[in-house]
Design a protein around this ligand. Structure first.
Ligand code: PGA
Length: 251
């Protein structure tokens, strides 16, 4: 059985004080949940303080991005080793905002993914089509390209440490979530791609999160899809109570 993975992507929100306040409110709301992995992903500047606040709890710490070198002349970048120093177990890689605003393409993301995994982080690797791609019938081609190129060269043991997050770009931050049927259909297709690329047992174990306007009132229904293994939550993860409700709906 795949253990649900629920992560809050706080994006460029919350300064250190607010981040610690949110996580302190979250800890008692999700205390005792061991049937799911629950991850919070604050900004870089809040990672250390939030890492201290989650220490000894069932919450795990994640970053939103990282670079593909350990150290050196890469102004403004952060390495996976540095993220581990402050207590990160996870990082997100390939979020559509990184692809769109920072021109991160499949090849670069594949390098980042492999490097983060080799440094001992677990990764939530994001994929998803735009509205235009969906409407013009290119959705499956786009997902196939993102999965095939994104996961290229990963070993089976690295895949165990990788989750995919299916986030249709048109559903992110819009309030328009994919319907449970749309989400399940995409997840089944993505699992099929993993099966083709890596075989049945890897595909059966691969966790695929859904992301895009997940809220307490749609989480339960979305989770009914047999290929949905949790959520990557943006806006609704900024408040402790709504994120906790989503986590509970995923159990
Ligand atoms: P949203 O964002 O929940 O605010 O739609 C999801 C994401 O970008 O991960």
């Amino acid at each position: 059985m795949r253990k649900p993975l629920i992560a809050g992507n706080w994006k460029m929100n919350k300064r250190v004080g607010e981040a610690v306040e949110t996580v302190k409110a979250l800890v008692p709301l999700v205390a005792g949940i061991t049937a799911a992995d629950i991850v919070v992903c604050p900004t870089y500047t809040a990672l250390h303080a939030v890492g201290q606040a989650v220490n000894g709890t069932n919450l795990q710490l994640g970053a939103q991005n990282c670079y593909l070198k350990e150290s050196g002349a890469y102004t403004g970048e952060i390495s996976p080793q540095m993220l581990r120093d402050v207590g990160c177990m996870w990082t997100i890689i390939g979020h559509s905002e990184r692809r769109q605003y920072f021109s991160e393409a499949d090849e670069l993301l594949n390098e980042k993914l492999k490097f983060a995994l080799s440094a001992g982080l677990k990764v939530m690797f994001c994929i998803g089509e735009t509205l235009q791609e969906r409407q013009s019938g290119k959705m499956n081609d786009v997902l196939e390209r993102q999965v095939t190129r994104g996961l290229q060269g990963l070993t089976v043991s690295q895949l165990v440490e990788t989750a995919l997050a299916y986030e249709p770009v048109w559903a992110i931050g819009t309030g328009v979530n994919a319907t449970p049927d749309q989400a399940q259909e995409a997840h089944a297709f993505i699992r099929g791609l993993a099966r083709k690329q890596f075989g049945e047992s890897v595909a059966a174990e691969l966790r695929i999160q859904y992301g895009g306007s997940v809220k307490p009132d749609n989480a339960k229904e979305l989770m009914m899809g047999p290929d949905l293994d949790g959520f990557l939550v943006g806006g609704a993860s900024l408040k402790a109570d709504s994120f906790a409700e989503i986590a509970k709906a995923a159990l």
